[in-house]
Design a protein. Sequence first.
Length: 324
Amino acid sequence: MTIFTLIATFYVLQSRMPAAMRDMEDLISHFVALAGTTRAVTQTQLQSYLMTSLVTFAKTAMIPLLVCIAVASIATMFQTRGLFSTKGFQFKAERISMLKGFKRMFSMRAFVELLKSILKIVILLYVIYSILKNEIFVLPQMMDMSYLGALSKTGAVIMEIIKKACAIFVAVAAADYLYQWQQYEKNLRMTKQEIKDEYKQTEGDPEVKGRIRQIQQERARQRMMQAVPTADVVIRNPTHIAIAIRYDREKDRAPVVVAKGVDSLALRIVAAAEASGVYVTENKPLARAIYDAVPLDAEVPEKFYRALAEVLAYVYSLRKKDTD
């Protein structure tokens, strides 16, 4: 941004210099003529002279100043992609902290900025040397030139230095821009701890969620075990799977799976059924098929009616014998 602003400012000054010199000559000639003819200056005349000087100065400096402001604004918008924020104007206590200041002074960023400043100074000195070594024998001849000629020659030498220096600085600025953008993107990345914290805030703490799921599963098992005594039959396979089936002709349209489990949970279902007087029977294919196909508290599909009817008929016959 600084390089483009300097280039634009110097080129505007170069293009405006002839007109500015004429305005300054006319103003000086006017005041010199007044000095030779005016014996006393009133306050009104003094104000008029001051206003004339200010107008001439404004005409000379206003255009380069406006160009400088415009180029700086456009370059900043290009560099920040039009981003505007008021956070930079907010007060931060860390800005006046001596400890924070020392950390910034001896940080990697400060070291890189120091190297860049040294590089710019070296480049500028080299450019000045490379140009002046060819002009060193011409400069004494400026004593024989007119004022405007000497001024024009000096301006030409200065512009030559500016052109070469700015051409090199543009390349340096492009590399610096890429570096600054890389650092900006790097600073936007979150650390592993920040990612974990954000995940906890959005998705919840995994440990808490796991504990909640565990509690929910335990309560669901408790409710399921409480429903085992209401079953008509428990079908097992023989110790790996247990299915508790209830069929109430007044409430249920079809047999319902009120409890099911594998391994240790299956043994608990069988034990609860035996303790409650629920009949337990072994049917490996039927137990496996119902366990895989029917969710908990769901009705048994029609394809299992025939096999399940045989089991229930057998259970009902046993109950009838027991009552008799």
